[in-house]
Design a protein around this ligand. Sequence first.
Ligand code: SF4
Ligand code: SF4
Ligand code: SF4
Length: 320
Amino acid sequence: MKINRRSFLASGLAVAAGTVAGPAKARAQSDGAEEVVLATLLDLSKCIACGACVQACREANARKYPEPVKPFPKMYPSRVKAADWSDKRHVDDRLTPYNWLYIQTASGTYDGKPFELNIPRRCLHCQNPPCANLCPWGAASKDGRGIVAIDDEICLGGSKCKDVCPWHIPERQTGVGLYLKLAPSFAGNGVMFKCDRCQDRVVAGGTPACIEACPEGVQTIGPRDEILAQARKLAEESGGFLYGDTENGGTNTFYVSPVPFDVLNQSIEKGPGRPHLAAVADPFTAEDVLARAVYAAPLAGLMAGALHLIRGATSEGKNE
Ligand code: SF4
Ligand code: SF4
Ligand code: SF4
């Protein structure tokens, strides 16, 4: 089967209308057990910047990393620059498609005393994630455990998720993904990557690799209400400060620090791949989310149709 713009649109519309099956890959995987929203607490007073978590993340998730085809097709739209980290996989001092966690260091003076704190940075897994709510193709989604993940089989690398994320977390790799099979000159320019909170391990009943590897017990994971209560208690008892409970309408990642986050935010290196620590207001009202979901639904259907076509073409090719 040949895939062209007409068949892509027709199939997508059929899926949007409910006449063919949606994406075959389970988006929010389930093991059948009751799903509880999980959150993590990071006690910044404990992190020694040893990097064991970063290394563990890279090892646990290496098989999910992109293997791009080169040379890259022409980008669409042409003003979009190719993003290529495939020859810089070793970079571990910022977020990249090959490095979903890094340690940010803040040093300065607070309350007349010098401080140095290390902050593991990755996706915060928002409760109401704009990256998932506004992905035009439905490639990003949140599962019943509160994990926000990007489906690398659907993502076209348009970067909307990065634009709307208050911390600009997802990172693009060009030369990989659905757009290569679809029509590189029609849509897309790669795939976006970020921490998926080790979704496969968690669904299987395990623990995220970074948490397991930490020698200092910096991170704790558990049901959100329990972890939030623990985070508030820690902040209160230590005279510390909490980040992540209200940011962006609430996240599933709570940082507790002995230094206020506005001070930390002034003390860290910020920029591409190096997110800020400023306060973030909730950008969504319930009405907004509904309106945007309705807007995005036909496009998500379109993408499901494209996948349906491509899988059909692939299996026909195998049977020839
Ligand atoms: S931190 Fe950004 S990428 Fe992660 S869930 Fe929130 S909006 Fe999405
Ligand atoms: S939860 Fe998993 S994917 Fe996310 S930073 Fe930790 S090891 Fe990496
Ligand atoms: S493994 Fe633990 S102590 Fe080491 S850098 Fe990561 S969070 Fe910090």
